[in-house]
Design a protein around this ligand. Sequence first.
Ligand code: B1M
Length: 222
Amino acid sequence: MTEILNSISRCIEYGKIDRACPYPPDMKGQDGADELTKLAIESGVTPDQILEIALIPAMAIVGDKFSRKEIYVPQMLMSAKSMNSAMKHIKPFFQSGETKRKGKLIIGTVAGDLHDIGKNLVAMMIEGGGWEVLDLGVDVGTDKFLKALEENPGAAIGLSALLTTTMVNMKEMVKIIKDKYTDNKILIGGAPVTMEYCQEIGADFYSPDPQGAVNYLNQQIQ
Ligand code: B1M
């Protein structure tokens, strides 16, 4: 069992999606996260074991390497895609209730803003960290977040903004959400966002990168 879990970990860390994927070159022709996860489940390894021993730790390594600038966006995207190819075999067990997630994050790019590359990476890393993610997409106004919160009580909120002109929308959004849902955590991020701005608008946390967001959410359940 250890051997197959280590192989899955390696695929996630280095971004090997499936056998057909030519990346990374030194793993060309080998099984990827897709085939190995399927095989692990067929061999009796539980989805929890795959998640806890292989996927989550591997994604944490990827996130830390990205934070330290040892890898860049393309490598992280390949890792996130490998993680998705493994998750497709695990997801049916979440739906049946056999495997539990740590909690839920509702994420979106704020009103007026169409940038979603960074937000998608954050969403994928958080999902890879064992959380359920509800992605509302781009140009998301306060009403949509409020509706999602109504339907998903207790969920954390993630706001992303890439423009200085849309970042300012976060202030009102945070105020309205906090007025109604005082205890729900709001984390914010995106290139122009800073910790000072986070404190100024009363959001709970700012992270410059996906792993910081994962770590913050994990702290909330300890
Ligand atoms: Co636009 N754009 N863009 N753009 N664009 C920027 C952001 C800009 C800096 C380029 C520039 O002028 N140098 C500039 C903003 C200037 C400013 O506001 N000060 C800009 C502009 C002006 C515009 C338009 C207004 C251009 C125009 O039409 N005149 C327009 C606005 C459209 C709109 O949103 N209403 C526009 C449009 C576009 C495209 C559609 C063409 C495209 C977006 C495609 C897409 O996202 N699907 C685009 C792109 C690609 C960029 C750049 C080149 C790259 C952004 C990106 O994806 N970065 C960008 C310039 C640049 O950054 N070099 C630029 C990679 C991504 C991984 O990083 O999103 O920062 P990032 O996410 C990071 C972190 O910030 C963090 O984690 C991620 C991974 O590390 N993070 C979070 C992000 N969200 C987080 C949430 C968290 C935690 C961390 O918690 C919830």
